[in-house]
Write a protein that binds this ligand. Structure first.
Ligand code: ADP
Ligand code: MG
Length: 254
C-alpha cells in the first residue's frame, strides 16, 4: 500500500502540493488528473523519492519511504514527464545501463531488453543513438526502462505523450494486466478519456489541493454528469474558454 499523509511541497512560498492525502492499494490504477501546474508532477516526483515533502509523509507498506530510499526505489518504476535520458547512448545501451543499475543478472537482462525492444517495435533502431529517436520512440524506451525489473509500484507521469495509437492501446492493456497482477499504479494525465477507460479511481488535483477522489463510476453518479470531462470542467475549469479563444484571435490580429 502506498500512502500520502498530509503531504505539502513548497518550492517557494506558495505550495505546489497542499496537504494531499490518499492511499493506493495493490491492483488499483489511480488516475491523477488536473490542469497544467496543478501539482501532478510534483506529487509523482515525491512518490518517486526525487523530491522531499516540505511537510507530511509518504509511506509504503507502512514505512516512511525516506527512511530507506534505496530499498524503496528498488520496488518502483517511474516514467517521468520530461525525459532526462542520455542522448549519445543507443536505446539498447540505455536499457542495459538501467538494468545494470537495477542489478538484474546480465544474461536475463540482455534477453529481457531484446524482447522488450521487439515488442515496442524498436529492434531496428536499438543500436542508434537516442538523439536520433522521435518523441514517441524515447517514450517507449522510458516505459521499457520503468518496467525492466517488474516493479511493484508504477508511477507514470503522462506516459502516453507522443505515442502512436497502437502503442497506446498496448500500454493501456498492459497496465490493466499489471493491475490484475497486484501492482500499484499511479497514472498522471490531463487526458481524461484514457483515465476513464483504464483507471479504477480518479483523483483530481487543482491548485495543489485534492478536489475529488472516488471511482469514476461514483464521480459520475455523485455529480450527475455523464463523463469525466464534464466532471473535470465542473470542478476545475472556472474560466470562459470560448472568451479566451476569442481573446487569442483578437490578440494575433491586433
Ligand atoms: P503539473 O504536473 O500538474 O502540471 P507541477 O507539479 O509540474 O504541475 O507544478 C505545480 C506548480 O509548481 C506549478 O505552479 C509550477 O510552476 C511549480 N513548480 C514546479 N516545479 C518547480 C520548480 N522546480 N521550482 C519552482 N516551482 C516549480
Ligand atoms: Mg506535469
Amino acid at each position: 500500500m502506498l500512502e500520502l499523509n498530509n503531504v505539502t511541497k513548497k518550492y517557494q512560498v506558495i505550495p505546489a502540493v497542499n496537504r494531499v492525502s490518499f492511499t493506493i492499494k495493490p491492483s488499483e490504477i489511480v488516475g491523477y488528473l488536473g490542469p497544467n501546474g496543478a501539482g501532478k508532477s510534483t506529487t509523482i516526483k515525491m512518490l518517486a523519492g526525487l523530491l522531499e515533502p516540505t511537510e507530511g509523509k509518504i509511506l509504503f507498506d507502512g514505512k516512511n519511504i525516506r527512511k530507506d530510499l534505496y530499498a524503496y526505489k528498488k520496488r518502483i518504476g517511474y516514467v517521468p514527464e520530461n525525459a532526462e535520458i542520455y542522448p549519445h547512448l543507443s536505446g539498447y545501451d540505455y536499457l542495459l545501463m538501467v538494468g545494470r543499475l537495477r542489478q538484474i543478472p546480465e544474461k536475463i537482462l540482455k534477453n529481457r531488453i531484446k524482447q522488450l525492444l521487439e515488442f515496442f517495435k524498436l529492434s531496428v533502431e536499438m543500436d542508434l543513438a537516442i538523439s536520433s529517436y522521435s518523441k514517441g520512440m524515447i517514450q517507449k524506451v522510458l516505459i521499457a526502462s520503468a518496467l525492466l525489473h517488474d516493479p511493484e509500484v508504477l508511477l507514470l507521469d503522462e506516459p502516453l505523450s507522443g505515442l502512436d495509437v497502437t502503442t497506446s492501446l498496448v500500454i493501456k492493456d498492459l497496465l490493466k494486466m499489471l493491475a490484475e497482477d497486484g501492482k500499484i499504479i499511479m497514472y498522471s494525465s490531463h487526458i481524461l478519456e484514457v483515465v476513464e477507460k483504464i483507471c479504477s479511481r480518479a483523483i483530481i488535483i487543482h491548485n495543489g489541493r485534492i478536489v475529488a477522489d472516488d471511482s469514476v463510476e461514483n464521480l459520475r453518479n455523485l455529480m450527475k454528469l455523464p463523463s469525466l470531462e464534464e466532471i473535470f470542467n465542473q470542478l476545475v475549469v472556472q474560466e470562459d474558454t470560448t472568451a479566451q479563444a476569442r481573446g487569442i484571435i483578437a490578440a494575433i490580429r491586433s
